[in-house]
Write a protein that binds this ligand. Structure first.
Ligand code: F6P
Length: 525
């Protein structure tokens, strides 16, 4: 029997709060540090490993976190979710994104169909469609092959798929699986659509309109923008467009599209492994690459089932994050991938984490009196080092860090300068940063003094492959889910984005007064 309780009512949280704090500087200095780095590591899927040696934890804190996981029933709540309970209570919906990549528990039926079979069918339909586009069975009106795919969507219908595309673009080119270039139009700023349209050959482009709801203003506006461009080029828009949406959306049964693929019961920010990511990634790289990405995610999901918290990387990552937020009082978390291919991964995690857990009420709509989701931000290293790391090293706030690093580059082309390759320099930097943050360095000159004690974790892999990317994605999805369980919030709705949408509509309808009217006038609307 699962019970949903606020974090501060749990006895184990009280114990955790009273557990002696860890002095990270001494824990990470000398032999102690060397031992921790070897021991505080958990295998993940696709050859990745989650290393939490530089986090502010020790055996006592870990023991308290294990007890918190038990009392908060994290394993049971995950099981309830994948076995088809209505976990998204705000919207009264099932939460089934794990099923796009595997079956973790019982069969789940909704709308009269087995949902795992439904997602497999969508994946197969996408694979068939993509193969036909690649082999020229589906072409433009002139019988010529499509060369570019353009995704039109925003939020979860853009950020995850775009980040995944960028993550695998060079890998696919190197491994001869690259089929078509992908572009993305998301912002309602007309300069976004115009710039993309100016950069492509519309006659040879296929557009993927992605909207779960089928009602998002930005996406429908950009669809019209694209349709105009196609019409102006003398082309039939319906021969250049496919849709990804839910079966109940207004787009589902329209004749405006060559084909439609579906993704019901999946929140936008959790939809990269559904048709939302599947269509564009299968068209860009081939269905086999998308299948490998799903395989990595499915393997990582299985690790998230482990009842042994210390062998469950997503659950432990989540619990350490809660400890940092609710006991140590740290307000934000930085995502720092030492991989240029992951340049948009922090942007995806911003939505994933902040739209899921940026809540002030619990799942029953009652205010909570403890902090919930942290502010998430990030940039790839080493670029970030030359930007905001100053604050991370010496600023007045302590910001927990999540590094990601790979031993090998994706393309393999490299250069030796001053006795080391670029890849070695990249990896040397991430190792150096972890120790610099944790251990610091004393200096009489206070301006040059590093106090240390700044916690970080790192996920280390061999190389960023489709499987590794799938594992990475699932790790963070599951981490955010477990944190939502601990904070007793509904991580699967997003009411906080509605008010701005309503007011923007009023501005466009010229139904304004007060400050809204003056701001509207200032912006010439
Ligand atoms: O406005 C927020 C949001 O609902 C996100 O949760 C979602 O990812 C995005 O808008 C796009 O929604 P849709 O896929 O329905 O167009």
């Amino acid at each position: 029997m699962v019970t949903w309780n606020n974090l501060n009512t749990l006895a184990s949280f009280q114990t955790l709060s009273e557990t002696e704090r860890v002095d990270l500087v001494s824990a990470m200095t000398g032999e102690n540090g060397a031992e921790r780095v070897k021991n505080y590591s958990i295998p993940m899927a696709a050859g990745l490993a989650y290393n939490y040696a530089a986090k502010q934890v020790d055996e006592k804190v870990l023991d308290a976190l294990v007890k918190l996981a038990e009392e908060a029933q994290l394993g049971e709540k995950f099981a309830a979710l994948y076995n088809g309970e209505v976990i998204n209570t705000g919207e009264k919906r099932l939460v089934l994104h794990h099923m796009t990549r595997g079956q973790l528990g019982e069969a789940v039926e909704a709308d009269g169909v087995d949902k795992r079979a439904f997602y497999v069918e969508q994946q197969e339909r996408i694979a068939e469609f993509a193969n036909k586009v690649h082999n020229g069975e589906i072409t433009n009106a002139a019988g010529e092959k499509f060369t570019t795919v353009v995704q039109i969507g925003i939020g979860g219908s853009d950020l995850g798929p775009r980040a995944m595309y960028l993550a695998l673009e060079n890998w696919a080119k190197k491994n001869d699986t690259f089929k078509m270039e992908a572009k993305f139009i998301s912002n309602v700023d007309p300069d976004d659509a115009a710039a993309v349209l100016n950069s492509i050959d519309v006659a040879h482009s296929i557009f993927v309109l992605v909207s779960k709801s089928g009602t998002t203003l930005e996406t429908l506006t950009n669809e019209s923008f694209v349709k105009d461009a196609l019409k102006n080029a003398g082309l039939d828009a319906s021969k250049h467009m496919i849709a990804v949406t839910s079966e109940t959306s207004p787009l589902a049964k329209s004749d405006d599209y060559l084909a439609a693929f579906f993704m019901d019961y999946i929140g936008g920010r959790y939809s990269s492994t559904s048709a939302v990511g599947g269509a564009v990634l299968s068209l860009a790289f081939g269905p086999e690459v998308f299948a490998a990405f799903l395989k990595g995610a499915a393997e990582e999901d299985k690790l998230s089932l482990n009842q042994d918290v210390l062998q469950n990387p997503a659950m432990l990552d989540a619990l350490i994050g809660v400890y940092e937020r609710n006991v140590l009082g740290y307000p934000s978390t930085a995502i720092l991938p030492y991989s240029q291919a992951l340049s948009r991964f922090p942007a995806h995690l911003q939505q994933l984490d902040m739209e899921s857990n940026g809540k002030s009420v619990n799942r029953f709509g009652e205010p909570v009196d403890y902090p919930t989701g942290p502010v998430i931000f990030g940039e790839p290293g080493t670029n970030g080092q030359h930007s905001f790391y100053q604050l991370l090293h010496q600023g007045t706030d302590i910001v927990p860090l999540q590094f990601i690093g790979f031993k090998n580059s994706q393309i393999g082309t490299d250069v030796v300068i001053q006795d080391s390759t670029s890849q070695q320099k990249l990896c040397a930097n991430v190792a150096a940063q972890i120790v610099a943050f944790a251990c610091g360095k004393a200096d009489e000159n206070k301006n040059k003094n590093f106090e240390g004690g700044r916690p970080s974790s790192i996920i280390i892999g061999e190389a960023l492959t489709p499987e590794a990317l799938g594992a990475l994605l699932a790790h963070f999805e599951n981490k955010v889910m477990f944190q939502g369980f601990v904070w007793n919030v509904n991580s699967f709705d997003q009411e906080g984005v509605q008010l701005g949408k309503v007011l923007a509509k009023r501005v466009l309808a010229h139904e304004t007064d007060g400050a809204l009217k003056v701001f509207s006038d200032l912006l010439n609307i």
